[in-house]
Design a protein around this ligand. Structure first.
Ligand code: NAP
Length: 444
């Protein structure tokens, strides 16, 4: 059962704008953070800089069994299991985290309903968690026992790292320490959405964050040993057709179809930090106000899709190069049409009619046939857990963004029942009942 809804920690006096029936414009967002009464982090910046872990802390953890949720088969609910072994640390960069809050993602119900992204069954699922470090990595580490963290488990084949259990393993480069200004409840749903947003912008379209104290993921990922990069993402990492000269520049437009999704609203904030102008296509009546507060330059209602395509094209002068779709192949196709110039439509394969090739990251599917003038990109999510330099750069930056109050988490609904409340909460996601909010499930 769901008991509470919470919004952004944003000042309501943030810049507002003029509105028409279908479009809305705004100026810059407020970046001041609201401190929540649920904050339970007692760490200090000075303490957090301590890096040497004490072996004694590792040995003092004596728990051997835990409660977990197991998925035994496709289209089945998760089963609550009370005596399951605590996962074991296997490498000297892994730590053990006590899970305090689970953040639910759409994939959590899609995996069980459609069998997507499932390892051998029975398995433990769940990609996002906030927790407390109980065993630090054996290697010298920036973490210490007691640190409040979020861990992002994109490595879904490794059950040890999944969120639907009381204790989870996490690789150091997939963990972000939480500053006192953000609570575990608010941070729990941020991980996957942030990683997806940052990789889409930084790797797929090559947006540089180094001038805003962030990583240049384009350069970091292209310096990786190609042999260490999984085959299925090699093209996205090394052959994206975006040369250094073609990378996004300050003032360029980016369109995000499905901008109010968790991934979309984080992509919006990161893109604004880097100096892009962002147009979001969404249900403006439902989610427009919070997107304006986050800094969207233009909102377009998604309920009239043809009109939305026309508006995007007209506002960007038919020159839109950068796009992200978070909804599916139909909206990816619409956004591609908005990005393609009329000459592209006439001459398939001829990209030299006054407009640069458009780059569209299709997060959840792309049209079955190519769109002239558009190159589709696929999120190389594996980079986050397989390439430590990429993962670490992302987590260290997230820590800084939280500390500086520059990243506002999505609004949340808090579900009750602990692990046993997860099935009911996933039903709400499945039914689309959570309109823009992320559902989080506290375990304690
Ligand atoms: N490949 C990966 O590794 C990866 C990683 C992250 C996410 N994803 C996928 O990316 C997608 C977005 O994920 P998310 O977690 O960011 O989503 P989310 O937060 O759950 O998205 C919710 C938003 O979807 C919009 N929406 C709801 N019904 C809609 C409809 N019928 N048509 C258009 N929009 C609708 C709503 O916005 P409005 O009503 O305001 O439009 C709502 O704010 C999911 O499919 C997820 O599985 C994939």
């Amino acid at each position: 059962m769901l008991v509470a809804k919470r919004g952004f920690g944003l000042e309501t006096s943030a810049a507002m704008s003029t509105t028409t029936s279908t479009t809305t414009t705004s100026t810059s967002p407020s970046t001041k953070r609201h401190h929540h009464e649920h904050d339970d982090v007692v760490d200090t910046p000075r303490k957090r800089r301590q890096t040497i872990q004490k072996e004694a802390n590792v040995e003092s953890f004596q728990v051997t069994h835990q409660e977990v949720l197991l998925l035994h088969g496709v289209k089945q609910p998760y089963t609550h299991t009370t005596k399951y072994e605590i996962p074991q640390i296997k490498t000297d960069t892994e730590m053990l985290v006590k899970v305090n809050v689970i953040g639910l993602n759409p994939i959590d119900w899609k995996a069980s309903d459609f069998g997507w992204g499932l390892p051998a069954l029975p398995c433990i699922s769940g990609r996002d968690l906030a927790g407390t470090v109980v065993k630090t990595p054996k290697r010298e580490s920036r973490f210490k026992v007691g640190d409040k963290v979020i861990a992002v488990s994109t490595d879904y084949r490794d059950n040890r790292k999944s969120a639907y259990q009381e204790y989870a393993i996490a690789s150091e480069h997939n963990v972000c320490r939480l500053p006192p200004s953000i609570s575990a409840l608010d941070a729990a749903p941020v991980g996957v959405a942030y990683v997806a947003a940052a990789l889409m912008l930084g790797v797929c379209i090559g947006l540089d964050f180094s001038h805003v104290n962030g990583p240049d993921l384009y350069t970091i990922s292209r310096k990786l040993d190609p042999e260490s990069v999984p085959k299925d993402i090699k093209d996205e990492v090394f052959n994206s057709n975006i040369t250094p000269a073609l990378r996004p520049k300050k003032g360029d437009w980016l369109a995000i179809w499905g901008g109010s999704s968790a991934t979309g609203c984080i992509a919006l904030q990161l893109a604004k930090l880097a100096g892009l102008r962002v147009v979001c296509i969404l249900d403006v009546a439902r989610n427009g106000a919070r997107m304006l507060k986050l800094g969207a330059d233009l909102l377009i209602d998604r309920l009239d899709t043809e009109r939305a395509v026309e508006i995007v094209r007209s506002v960007t002068g038919g020159q839109l190069t950068w796009g992200i779709d978070t909804r599916g192949k139909e909206s990816a196709g619409l956004l591609a049409r908005a990005m393609a110039s009329p000459s592209d439509a006439k001459a398939e394969g001829d990209n030299d009619k006054g407009k640069a090739l458009g780059h569209l990251v299709a997060l959840t599917g792309r049209p079955s046939s190519p769109t002239p003038g558009i190159q589709y990109h696929t999120l190389p999510i594996k980079l986050f857990h397989e390439a430590a330099p990429v993962g670490e750069a992302l987590m260290v930056w997230l820590e800084r963004l939280f500390e500086e109050g520059k990243l506002h988490p999505p609004p949340i609904e808090v579900a009750t029942g602990g692990l046993q409340g997860v099935n009911g909460a996933l039903d709400r996601l499945r039914e689309g009942a959570a309109g823009g909010e992320r559902i989080v499930v506290p375990l304690t």
